[in-house]
Design a protein around this ligand. Structure first.
Ligand SMILES: CC(C)(COP(=O)(O)OP(=O)(O)OC[C@H]1O[C@@H](n2cnc3c(N)ncnc32)[C@H](O)[C@@H]1OP(=O)(O)O)[C@@H](O)C(=O)NCCC(=O)NCCS
Length: 284
């Protein structure tokens, strides 16, 4: 059973905490069984419907990450959380009664899953496996804004792959933070990358800007974005809505799963505070 007397972690109003782990961690009977025990009957049924084992594992990993992450901040057992999707499919917390106003967003790939959590702030996260095959610039023509496609095409071929995934993850993180997914037109907003100016807070990377078409009814100035590479194969981006002009403090941690008296234990160690993709991870 989960220890509900443990110390809770603090999530301040300006904090966004990001957690990730590699799905390959869920191996061996005791851990697999402990993770399965966190799922509701409905989740177990959904997992069973996946044909391939790799997708079953991805689903189990995502549920495990979401539930153990939320339980860091509330005296709620990981298996007790209940979720209801909004009209666009984004899960939000719907139980148990009295749970704090946590917001979270999930992203999963076959090899890696990630979860961003905040206190009552719009937040979205996207992770992509950059090793998968596909004609990147051709895809950009279909999904990116004209400005983004133009900037991408103007780059030397050697830089296009990385830039493509930067755009992709940022665009997905934004539409996920809005909670609307592909109901938002992907060419209705443009990311402004590669600018020379540095973030005055700590100079850790080029600032990411966004321009939003008025028809999307959103204020570009209220958003900020972080990018990071959980490993050499994956790109990730986080979108956070500022509150009252206050910027967000994004911290990233890698989760290590183990089994403790039959229950999942999810310890987390510091990754980087936030670094541009390709940047080296910080010490833990
Ligand atoms: C569903 C969508 C919100 C994200 O899809 P995705 O990038 O394939 O998947 P991710 O792993 O990043 O995110 C999936 C998770 O996001 C959450 N999610 C679902 N709908 C969401 C929504 N409307 N808003 C925010 N999050 C949502 C869910 O938790 C989901 O995981 P779950 O079903 O296991 O609970 C949507 O943007 C989509 O279908 N994208 C397809 C990719 C694409 O064509 N992109 C165009 C190029 S930029």
């Amino acid at each position: 059973m989960t220890d509900l007397t443990r110390e809770l972690e603090v999530l301040g109003p300006d904090d966004v905490h990001v957690f990730f782990f590699h799905t390959s961690q869920i191996a061996g009977d005791p851990l697999v069984r402990a993770c399965e025990a966190l799922l509701t009957d409905e989740e177990k049924a959904r997992r069973a419907r996946y044909i391939f084992d790799k997708n079953k594992l991805e689903y189990l990993a995502t549920r495990t990450l979401a539930r153990t992450t939320l339980s860091r901040y509330a005296r709620v057992a990981p298996e007790a959380w209940r979720f209801t999707p909004n009209q666009y499919g984004r899960p939000e917390i719907s139980g148990p009664d009295g749970a704090p106003r946590l917001r979270f967003n999930l992203s999963n790939t076959v090899k890696l899953v990630a979860c961003a959590v905040s206190l009552d702030r719009d937040v979205g996260i996207d992770v992509e496996d950059s090793t998968r095959s596909g004609e990147t610039v051709a895809i950009a023509d279909r999904f990116f804004s004209d400005q983004e496609t133009k900037e991408l095409r103007a780059l030397p071929a050697s830089r296009q792959h990385r830039r493509f995934f930067e755009y992709w993850t940022l665009k997905e993180a934004y539409i996920k933070a809005r909670g609307m997914g592909l109901a938002l037109p992907l060419d209705g907003f443009s990311f402004l990358l590669g600018r020379e100016d540095r973030d005055p807070r700590d100079g850790r990377g080029p600032r990411v800007g966004i321009a939003i078409d008025p028809k999307l009814e959103d204020d570009a100035a209220t958003w900020e974005f972080e990018q990071f590479s959980p490993d050499a194969d994956h790109f990730a981006a986080v979108a956070v809505r500022k509150r009252g002009g206050a910027g967000a403090r994004v911290t990233i941690r890698r989760v290590d799963l183990s089994v403790d008296r039959g229950a999942v234990s999810a310890s987390a160690s510091a990754w980087a505070s936030a670094s541009a993709p390709g940047g080296s991870p910080g010490a833990g």
